[in-house]
Structures are given as structure tokens and as C-alpha cells.
Design a binder for this molecule. Structure first.
Ligand code: IPE
Ligand code: IPE
Ligand code: MG
Length: 243
């Protein structure tokens, strides 16, 4: 696939699972003298572009970090903006997601979301549950440490109920208790905005992920930026501890 004159994507080496930390909405707006909420609004448009781009090149699992367990520290007005944008996104895009056979999964403790946002998320998950195309994970009230502790609680309960034998607990068995149950680990994790950290995102699953950082703020991250990241990934040599 020719993305531009300067590089090509190798369609035989597309990562299965790409996860994105969509960061920098606030700084994008502030640097333009705009209120932060306009950064989030512009960022939402990039979500649609990137979902489309990922689907077009055959990525099977796309995970978007939309709201962390730590993001509750923000002002009520900013949290309300983010929740409202989530509702708008689903109302506006659900039909197109259905048309593209995309299955939405929410990663995180969604029961703590405001009730109107929760209802939309549940509607989207339910409506797309039988779709067989790309899986779009939306990490919402997601925190990796909480995910791991939740997993341990479920595992201990299954142990108490006599459903598992301690000798059978291994990495693959443990993964079944994570929110990403049944999905491949991310091959590539992208973070925008220049920060180089994972911020409590997919700690267990990212053990062997390739990490890609770009200084671009999320509202500036377009399809071309996404393909550049994929191209960068295609030039990495993954060894998984081998030679
Ligand atoms: C990412 O942008 C959106 C969320 C975390 C929900 P930020 O709002 O974190 O933007 P910066 O990092 O303040 O620029
Ligand atoms: C990570 O971004 C969470 C999301 C993109 C949803 P943050 O902006 O919350 O991360 P920190 O606070 O800079 O680590
Ligand atoms: Mg941020």
C-alpha cells in the first residue's frame, strides 16, 4: 500500500493488535489559546480517522485509551466534557461501526461511569457483539493495576469454588482473567504528545509490545501519522528474548 511517495506499508506485516494512548488534547488547545474541551472535541475526530485507517489495513484488534482510573482527578467540567464526547461519538458513529462489522468492547470498570454514558456504552457493546470484524477496545475507567487485582480476585474465587488447580495457573491461564481475555497482546503501543510512559495502560499485556512515541498531540495525529507508526513498527526486529 502506497501511503505516500516516501514509504510503503508491507501488507503482509500488519500488527494484529495496536493500542493507542491518545494524549495531548489539553496542550493542543492551550497552545492555540483555546479551552481544553475544544482539544478533546478535535481529538474525537481523530478517533474516527484512526479506526477507519486501522480497519482498512487489516488490524484485527485496536485499543484506544479514552479514560483512565486516574482521570477522575480532573475537574468535574472536564470529566463531563469527556463523557459527553463519548456519548456523541457512539450516537454519531455506531451505524458506521456496524456497517464496517466492528465489534466494540469496553475495557475497564464501566459501571462507575455516569449513567447516561454507561447506557450508551452498553448499547454499543450489545449492538456490535456479534460482529466478526475488527475488535475496537475502548479503555474506559481503565487502570492496569485495577485490572490485575480484579483478575486475582476472580482467580481466587474460582480457586475457592474448586474450578482451578494451582498447578495449572500459568501465563495463558492468568490472561483469561484480564479484561482483554481472548485477545492477542498488543504488538504496538503508540503514545502521542511526547510523553514517554504507559500511565497504567496494559501493564501485563505490554511485556513484549513495541513502543512508539511521537511528539504530535493527539488532535494532530491523522491517518498518515498512524501509517508512519505502522511503518516504523515494520522496521523493528522483535526477538522475544531469542537471537
Ligand atoms: C488526552 O489528552 C485525553 C485524556 C487523557 C482523556 P489530555 O487531556 O491528557 O491532554 P494533555 O496531556 O493535558 O495535553
Ligand atoms: C493517559 O493520559 C490516559 C489517557 C490517554 C486516557 P494522561 O494524560 O491521563 O496521563 P499522564 O497523567 O500524563 O500520565
Ligand atoms: Mg495527558
Amino acid at each position: 500500500m502506497n501511503i505516500d511517495d516516501d514509504f510503503k506499508l508491507d501488507l503482509s506485516k500488519i500488527p494484529s493488535h495496536v493500542a493507542i494512548i491518545m494524549d495531548g488534547n489539553g496542550r493542543w488547545a492551550t497552545e492555540k489559546g483555546l479551552p481544553r474541551h475544544l482539544g478533546h472535541q478535535e481529538g474525537m475526530k481523530r478517533v474516527i480517522d484512526v479506526v477507519e485507517a486501522a480497519n482498512d489495513i487489516g488490524i484485527t484488534n485496536l485499543t484506544l485509551y479514552a479514560f483512565s482510573t486516574e482521570n477522575w482527578k480532573r475537574s468535574k467540567i472536564e470529566i463531563d466534557t469527556l463523557m459527553n464526547l463519548l456519548i456523541i461519538f457512539i450516537r454519531k458513529e455506531l451505524r458506521r461501526l456496524m456497517k464496517n462489522n466492528i465489534k466494540i468492547i469496553a475495557l475497564g470498570n464501566i459501571e462507575q461511569l455516569p449513567s447516561n454514558a454507561l447506557a450508551e456504552v452498553k448499547r454499543a457493546v450489545d449492538k456490535t457483539k456479534d460482529n466478526s470484524g475488527m475488535v475496537l477496545n475502548i479503555a474506559l475507567n481503565y487502570g492496569s493495576r485495577t485490572e490485575i487485582i480484579d483478575a486475582i480476585k476472580k482467580l481466587v474465587k474460582d480457586y475457592d469454588d474448586g474450578l482451578i488447580n494451582i498447578n495449572n495457573i500459568n501465563e495463558d491461564e492468568f490472561k483469561r482473567y484480564l479484561y482483554t481475555n481472548g485477545q492477542p497482546d498488543p504488538d504496538l503501543i503508540i503514545r502521542t504528545s511526547g510523553e514517554q510512559r504507559l500511565s497504567n495502560f496494559l501493564t501485563f499485556q505490554s511485556a513484549y509490545s513495541e513502543l512508539y512515541f511521537t511528539d504530535q498531540y493527539w488532535p494532530d495525529f491523522n491517518k498518515r501519522s498512524f501509517f508512519i507508526a505502522i511503518n516504523d513498527f515494520q522496521n523493528r526486529q522483535r526477538r522475544f528474548g531469542g537471537v
